[in-house]
Write a protein that binds this ligand. Structure first.
Ligand code: APR
Length: 252
């Protein structure tokens, strides 16, 4: 016999599926939580979160990079290794499949790990960039590494300028393309899914709010409550790697 909480979750999954069945446009925002089951630490989980063990201001700001580029690069190389070893999980694959099940689908991610793309998602809006790309600090474009990058800090193959990871650091602007496309999608979608994000970092955290204001059905998938939870229409409280495949199952 199913427990009360299991019955309640089934009902919530059916509510979420019912909204998705009717939807013309589904917009999804993901955060570090969707990659947690792939072995990539989130940022703010109390013990395992990256910011519990490292100071964001020492690693993820232009000032920190100015101060000590080697220290920052060592940390990004450490994260790149983690990401290269990781595999997309059922949560990533479920979203890649959902894209084919609705008329219009927009996937916005705060994650810089590229796991959505490796799971088969196309047209992913990389709101905070991508850790596996290098950007030239002089030309401000994605660049290849010069040969002599091996002896110390990576250098731009075109101009010799210092390279940095192609990610958005605290205090920096969101890339214009993804920012405008995400804002438009949040305002025009019928269903907005907020998955694996603490909804603390703006402007990304404002997307669910603008979807709510525009009258969309907002569904949150997260094992923990967030600042957004009290305002959502459906809260699916659990790991996305388990609940998203079940949601797809419910849609069938
Ligand atoms: N499934 C779904 N959600 C999960 C899971 C899981 N298996 N495990 C943890 N979570 C949730 C946590 O409860 C938390 O609410 O994922 C969320 C992760 O929150 P953060 O660590 O704050 O990550 P995120 O919201 O993506 O951070 C936003 O902050 O540090 C910057 O640029 C960085 O993009 C990042 C931004």
């Amino acid at each position: 016999m199913k427990s009360d909480s299991a019955v309640a979750l089934d009902e919530l999954l059916e509510q979420a599926a019912a909204a998705l069945r009717k939807a013309q446009h589904v917009c999804v925002l993901t955060g570090a939580g969707i990659s947690a089951e792939s072995g990539i630490p989130t940022f703010r989980d109390a013990l395992t979160g990256l910011w519990a063990n490292f100071r964001a201001e020492d690693l993820a700001t232009p000032e920190a990079f100015e101060r000590d580029p080697k220290f920052v690069w060592d940390w990004y190389e450490f994260r790149r290794e983690l990401i290269r070893k990781a595999e997309p999980n059922p949560g990533h694959f479920a979203l890649a499949e959902l894209a084919g099940r609705v008329p219009r689908f927009t996937l916005v991610t705060q994650n810089v790990d590229g796991l959505h793309q490796r799971a088969g998602s196309r047209g992913v809006l990389e709101y905070h960039g991508n850790i596996l790309r290098d950007r030239c600090c002089v030309e401000q474009v994605v660049a290849d590494r010069s040969e002599d990058s091996r002896h110390g800090l990576p250098r731009c193959a075109a101009c010799g300028g210092l390279l940095r990871p192609d990610v958005v650091w605290f205090g920096e602007a969101i890339p214009r393309g993804p920012m405008l496309a995400a804002a438009e999608a949040a305002e025009s979608c019928d269903v907005f899914l907020s998955i694996g994000t603490s909804s603390l970092v703006y402007p990304a955290a404002g997307l669910a709010e603008s979807a709510l204001r525009a009258g969309a059905t907002v569904i949150e998938v997260n094992p923990n409550r967030t600042d957004l939870s009290r305002n959502v229409n459906v809260l699916l409280a659990g790991p996305s790697g388990e609940l998203l495949p079940r949601l797809l199952e419910q849609l069938r």
